[in-house]
Design a protein around this ligand. Sequence first.
Ligand code: A2H
Length: 252
Amino acid sequence: EGVLPQEYVLIKMEVISPFPPKLKALVGRKVYLAAATLRPETMYGQTNCWVLPDGIYGAFEINDTDVFILTARAALNLAYQHLSRVPEKPTCLCELSGNDLIGLALRSPLAFNEIIYALPMLTVLTDKGTGIVTSVPSDSPDDFMALQDLITKPALRAKYGVKDEWVPCEVVPIIHIPEFGDKSAEKVCHDLKIKSQNDKEKLAEAKRMTYLKGFTDGTMIVGEFSGRKVQEAKPLIKSKHLEEGTAVLYSE
Ligand code: A2H
């Protein structure tokens, strides 16, 4: 935990009906998986969502209309940031495990894929952000490797009940970095010979390499701000999400 608070953008990934039996208490509500990101400008490249299979989540009332699925820890923090129907008190409508969320069909803002699915990632932390992570394999080494693992390992898919049609087969290029091309995460994971999502040290190095370069040297190649530098587009896309109500701010 850092000394300074970290501000995340929570992307509202809407759960598409019909809801599975485990979510029956939520029928008739607007339900979202709330994914914490530091890179709101990358949302064009979302291909899926990540949850921790053994993680414990809940469906919490955020206001009179919206329900967010996230960890109880994040719900409590949100309740002190004016994001709870009852101020300073989270209201949980039902408890859910990550396994209950795998396979949920989602509609996520700016994503080119109209429907994306919640899938298992084994390195999601439940004591950071919301415990829900949106996946942008073009620009996030963690996301790229977790997706590679699902694509190449049938036993992993079987273990978590992942249907083949839920797994995206293509990365969506969204940002050009002169040194790394249009799929920076794929290039860096390949160059560093990263083997799986559990290769923590190399992934940390890959993240360092891509995160800074993406910000300083990256150019958007899609969307409303195509052609603009990432540094310029980032605050604009963040404001757009907030104005359109497709995201909220969250600090911890
Ligand atoms: B980022 P920091 Cl394209 N467990 O969003 C594991 N990872 C989590 C998490 C959790 N509970 N909550 C958030 N994250 C991820 C996009 C992205 C991100 C891109 C590139 C880099 C990147 C799409 N995934 O992060 O430890 C989220 O992934 C590189 C650091 O608070 C979030 O932003 O610094 C980032 O980690 C927050 O990490």
